[in-house]
Design a protein around this ligand. Structure first.
Ligand code: SF4
Ligand code: SF4
Length: 394
């Protein structure tokens, strides 16, 4: 660490930008861009210290940076880590200087920064008005584009089926803990299957708590990568403490949200080399779970039957939903295209409003259609349509 500290003090990655002001900003990462935008656009007399190698903190460079300054502000995302480093270095060197940031509440402890948040902070520190960014006055009508699961995504089928199972059992007070991954989008309507999200692996640990503290049914969701990363210890706790909830492991054979990296459940490592495949089933069985089922989420009838059984089970019930992510699986290979047979469709909107696949839409005449360019051919809409109105285009 001592060797690295020397490197940090001499590294070209840690840069000082002088404008010969009396106020300096220590910053890092994305926040640096907001600081530089504010300083350059408004021609502010503010020196900037961009710290890229942040640990060990470049203490000597900091002392060099502040030597002609009256005060310093620290602009960093999330927790005030560098701010505490700066305070500690000043303290160790007996230097009296105001340090602004999250700890003195010049910057908010919550939210990610925006240019305007950083400019408001600079306004306070410099005691001068700085014009903020204003929303554009454009009168372009831009449609809302809420984040959504891909057409043919296996998570959509799971959410649709879990909700269908819950409704058919007349359960109306189910708690849905969720975790970190694409499947967090279960929070969106019409699924509404993500009541909260805390941190990696927390869906299972918090389910243990709810199972003990309430009489409500709990159905929690975790992806395969997150399960390997942080889901195993809480599952052991759940079994050992005789908790009662349904755990759905959404095994889509990838780490989809961050771009499709492999996880230990795949026979390939991060370098693309062959690697031993770790079995989720074997891990779950080894914890002593007494109810373990595997489903293909694209089979709606069987999945629903399994979820009903799991909800009735008195203990920890684990359902592994296994189907590859549509992005890694690749687009459909079959040439068969689906369409809505207009003579059969009664516009009940189950496909549009309950399944809510983004490849299904209403045309200008109000007719329900399938956008064949978006459709991935998962056939789930074919199974959920009560009128059997969706089929292969002739
Ligand atoms: S679910 Fe079937 S009947 Fe209902 S709107 Fe969709 S295509 Fe038409
Ligand atoms: S088959 Fe149906 S549910 Fe699947 S992607 Fe196509 S339109 Fe969506």
């Amino acid at each position: 660490m001592e060797e690295l500290r020397k490197l940090s003090n001499s590294s070209e990655l840690n840069k000082i930008y002088r404008r010969n002001g009396k106020v300096g900003v220590v910053t890092s990462g994305g926040a640096f861009n907001y600081v530089m935008d504010a300083v350059q656009r408004n021609d502010l007399n503010v020196d900037v210290f961009k710290v890229t190698l942040t640990h060990p903190f470049p203490d000597e460079l900091l002392l060099e940076f502040i030597k002609d300054l009256d005060s310093v502000a620290v602009v960093e995302e999330v927790d005030p880590i560098m701010e505490k480093e700066v305070l500690s270095i000043l303290g160790r060197n007996g230097i009296q200087m105001a340090v602004h940031g999250k700890l003195d509440q010049t910057l908010p402890m919550i939210y990610e920064y925006t240019p305007n948040i950083v400019m408001e902070m600079l306004e306070t520190v410099l005691n001068q008005k700085i014009p903020k960014n204003q929303p554009s006055n454009s009168d372009l009508s831009i449609p809302e584009r809420p984040p959504t699961l891909c057409p043919g995504c296996p998570h959509r089928s799971v959410y649709y089926t879990v909700k269908d199972a819950v409704n058919s059992m007349g359960l109306n007070d189910v708690i849905y803990p969720t975790d970190i991954g694409c499947y967090t989008l279960g929070i969106t309507s019409p699924y509404d299957a993500a009541d909260y999200l805390l941190s990696m692996g927390s869906s299972i640990g918090t389910s243990c708590g709810f199972s003990k503290a309430t009489k409500q049914n709990v159905v929690c969701f975790i992806g395969d990568s997150t399960f390997f990363h942080a889901g195993i210890p809480p599952l052991i706790n759940a079994v050992h403490n005789k908790d009662r909830f349904v755990l759905v492991i959404l095994d889509n054979r990838t780490t989809a949200m961050t771009g499709g990296q492999p996880n230990p459940g795949l026979p390939v490592d991060g370098m693309g080399w062959e690697a031993p495949e770790v079995s989720i089933d074997a891990i779950v069985e080894a914890t002593g779970v007494k109810y373990l089922r595997k489903i293909n989420p694209m089979n709606i009838k069987k999945s629903k039957e399994t979820f009903i059984e799991a909800l009735e089970f008195d203990g920890v019930a684990v359902v592994i939903s296994q189907h590859p992510c549509m992005l890694t699986k690749g687009r459909r290979s079959s040439k068969a295209e689906l369409e809505v047979k207009q003579e059969k469709c009664d516009e009940c909107a189950v496909c549009l409003e309950k399944l809510a696949c983004t490849a299904i839409y209403k045309d200008d005449e109000g007719k329900v259609r399938i956008d064949t360019k978006l459709c991935n051919g998962c056939n789930v809409c074919v199974q959920v349509c009560p009128e059997r109105a969706i089929g292969v285009k002739k």
